[in-house]
Design a protein around this ligand. Structure first.
Ligand code: ATP
Length: 462
């Protein structure tokens, strides 16, 4: 693929995985699940800051896809669905990865990943990348998590955890079209957890067995599908860039014919540049033209009519589907990578010091404002509390009165808080506070009365 991208500017991501993992652990953004038991197989918990960041990513996606459009409606479908859904969708037959096992150290790998590593010159031949042992023949391993509904764990009770949110939109298509009275072209959007029993989870939250997706199925008239596909490729790229991903760190990669899923006419991936050797340019979001495969497959399996009647043209047809399928957890990781910067900044004495700053868009930052009383003196606490109460109704605000002010600024820079509001002894005289800008570090004196309006001008509501 590299030749088609030869003329693109060099990516500028500064962070590497160990830095991001360490920052996330230190600041309680994301850390191993069940850590007191030693963690559990690439599962991760989103702490106080992580849950805000991830929810902000999802909120911005919902805003762009649902709130700001009159042709897309939302859905929150059940994670457990009728087992026939996965038969009809092809997941039971096709949703598998080729698994190979090292005959010496018994580690398991995805055969397609090893082939990619050979093609990239990272691995010499099809042997175990860890110990050099011989590998077994590949066998297909279905990625769906299997469980049982109800008290009896026999075959009749088998259900699957959904491996994607998309199928909810297909099986509910007719009900949603009828009740929302939308006409084609229109879309259904859904965010939520998906589960895949990945053979090789890893790279922090890049690939996990439990993750969150943000998917939208856009139903269009056949014949208009190619144009709509391009529309959504451009639109989705714009979404990441609008939220701060630098354009040189994102690219569009066209799937080769032999890579296409069984249902797809054309698929592109939006890729982000993760500078770590095991990742490089990697998929953030897949945007597929799924044709009428899904609606027809569910119609055939359920016996229910899933066609659409176009009244104006007096014609019945099965819409084609354009699907931008993004990972909320994977996108959260990309936003962290892109925002991470190390700068030289003068300290109180004018000496240059290294400063780590997460330049997150204010719409994504866990906290938009930090209220920092200069000391813990009760008279300062009282007015600081009032400032906190004034601002908290519109934004996530952190109240922090521990440690020196310099260390508190550093902490807020590291977690990406766009504005720090410092309450000092002068505040008691002039009812004004100092507002410090995360990116420029410029400080401005603002009266408390004017503070909400001042912040409104600088920090977009989410
Ligand atoms: P990959 O090739 O990385 O396995 P995929 O092509 O199977 O991904 P899709 O089925 O297109 O992925 O899913 C849509 C999006 O969901 C992906 O672009 C990714 O952001 C996210 N996603 C998929 N699998 C995982 C996972 N195991 N962990 C985290 N995010 C995931």
């Amino acid at each position: 693929m590299s030749d088609t991208h030869a003329d693109l500017p060099e990516p500028t991501v500064e962070a590497t995985l160990p830095t991001i993992v360490e920052l996330c652990k230190q600041r309680g953004i994301i850390f191993p699940s069940s850590e007191i038991y030693g963690g559990f197989r690439s599962t991760w918990d989103y702490g106080p800051l992580g849950v805000e960041l991830k929810e902000n990513v999802k909120r911005q996606w919902w805003r762009a896809m649902v709130q700001l459009r009159d042709d897309i409606v939302g859905l929150d479908a059940s994670i457990l669905m009728h087992p026939k859904v996965w038969e009809a969708s092809g997941h039971l037959a096709n949703f598998s990865d080729p698994l190979v096992e090292c005959t010496r150290c018994h580690k398991r790998f995805r055969a397609d990943h090893l082939e990619e590593a050979i093609a990239a010159g990272e691995l010499a031949s099809m042997v175990c990348p860890d110990c050099g042992g011989a590998l077994s023949d590949p066998r297909n391993f279905n990625l769906m998590f299997k469980t049982h509904a109800g008290p009896v764990d026999d075959e009749g009770a088998v259900v699957w955890l959904r491996p994607e949110t998309a199928q909810g939109m297909f099986v509910d298509f007719a009900t949603i079209q009828r009740t929302s009275r939308k006409k084609v072209p229109f879309g259904i959007a859904q965010m939520g957890k998906s589960f895949r029993n990945e053979i090789t989870p890893g790279n922090f939250v890049f690939r996990t067995r439990e993750f969150e997706q943000m998917e939208m199925e856009f139903f269009v008239e056949p014949g208009t599908d190619e144009e709509w596909h391009q529309f959504w490729i451009d639109e989705r790229r714009r979404w990441y860039e609008d939220l701060g991903i630098r354009s040189e760190n994102i690219r569009v990669r066209e799937h080769e014919a032999d890579e296409l899923s069984h249902y797809a006419k054309r698929t592109v991936d939006l890729e982000f540049y993760f500078p770590d050797p095991s990742m490089g340019w990697s998929e953030l979001e897949g945007i597929a033209n799924r044709t009428d495969f899904d609606l027809k497959a569910h119609e055939a399996a359920s016996g229910q009519d899933l066609s659409y009647f176009d009244q104006a043209a007096d014609r019945r047809y099965h819409p084609y589907v354009i699907e931008p399928a993004a990972g909320a957890t994977r996108a959260t990781l990309a936003f962290l990578y892109d925002a991470y910067r190390v700068e030289q900044a003068p300290d109180a004495d004018g000496n240059l010091q290294e400063r780590v700053v997460l330049k997150l868009d204010p719409r994504l930052a866990p906290y938009q404002v930090a209220v920092l009383p200069l000391s813990k003196k009760p008279e300062l606490s009282e007015v600081s509390r009032r400032v906190f109460d004034l601002l908290k109704v519109d934004r996530m605000v952190e109240y922090d009165e521990t440690q020196s002010i310099g260390r508190r600024y550093r902490r807020q820079d590291e977690i990406g808080t766009p504005a720090c509001v410092t309450v000092d002894f002068e505040t008691l005289e002039d009812s004004a506070v100092t507002v410090r800008d995360r990116d420029t570090m410029a400080q401005e004196r603002v009266s408390i009365d004017r503070l909400p309006a001042y912040l409104d001008e600088r920090l977009p509501r989410r």
